[in-house]
Design a protein around this ligand. Sequence first.
Ligand code: ACO
Length: 383
Amino acid sequence: METKNIGLRGIEVADTKISNIDGERGRLIYRGYDILELTKNSTFEETAYLLLYDDLPTRNQLEEFNSKLIDARFIPKQMQKNMGNWRKDADPMDMLQAFVAALAGYYDEEFANKEASYDKAINLIAKVPTIIASWNRIRNGLDIVDPDPTLSHAANFLYMMSGERPDSEVEKIFDVCLILHADHTFNASTFTARQVASTRAHMYSACSAAIGALSGELHGGANTEVMKMLLEIGDIEKVEKWIKEKMSKGERIMGMGHAVYKTYDPRAQVLKQLSRKLAEKTKEPWFAITEKIETVTISEMKSQKNKDIYPNVDLYSASLYYMLKIPMDLNTPIFAISRVVGWAAHIIEEKFAEAAPKPALYRPKATYVGKYCGPEGCEYKTL
Ligand code: ACO
């Protein structure tokens, strides 16, 4: 089998008990539970516990987990001060990557100990929203809003970002968004995290690398690009011409297509419903424009390449976040607020797998196609 330059598609590189995608049927499970059920019956905190500890929490376990998260929400004052020295127009993903790596300088590194790794995971899950919200306040010349211990993870982030406590409907919508983004097997950023962890680097380092991977537009960065596209198109009447022109030039439509799903991404289905609901309330045009982009891209793909294409998780999250008044360039950082749970669970699985065969240091091969040089000069040859 020719396996080069296919981005490891279809190559199974490890065992995992954390999540599974059924790409044919459009199904995603976390630790045995269908995500659609989790969005209906669980909170983000319960889902995070499930992903980390392999089981839904009892009431006492949830209380303990919640109180650890709440205690860990504050970030060091020195870090807030350092944020103030950054350029105000810095990309929030670059800022997040840097400050997640910097957390290692404030807290003990985990030792070769699974329990300590859970503490680091909780520290990261709690602090990533605070880093993003604090940065958003600082860059806008506003005072930082301290975390509110009475609020859920979802509501607290929206509060720290805007200074206003969301109503219960908005809180629930955002909570569902967080549940949907929490894990997705060996996607690019999770594979990055696992690869870094396989060298025995610590959790902050592995998560910071994962944030770099998430930022690219073919991965998590697509949700920001979708919103840019919506604003550029601006009018439902212009969608058809815009999409046809892009696709005839061979350009990709952000938020469409997926490496694993061969049918509708189940996360996109939920996000589409939520975006529709918000649009009915706000009367903004972004949902309708997105839906038209979906329809035109599907039909263009069929007529140009005779292939099927479906929306991915990023298509409808863009309009949804925009209607929630979240600054466009925080779309991808918000992805990280949720996905850090998956990264942490995978890092722990990578480092502390109990059953053999235990994961090995990732070290693939490449074929050298460069030149060979000697006193006679250089030449390209196959040895
Ligand atoms: N728009 C237009 N054409 C597309 C798109 C798209 N969004 N996605 C795939 N295609 C086309 C490709 O050009 C290619 O055509 P070709 O066979 O004529 O060369 C064909 O479909 C297959 O493309 P691949 O890249 O091999 O397909 P794959 O399924 O591996 O790609 C990917 C998945 C990278 C996500 C792709 O669909 C894409 O670039 N989408 C846009 C970016 C995006 O939304 N990324 C977010 C993904 S979800 C996430 O990471 C959170």
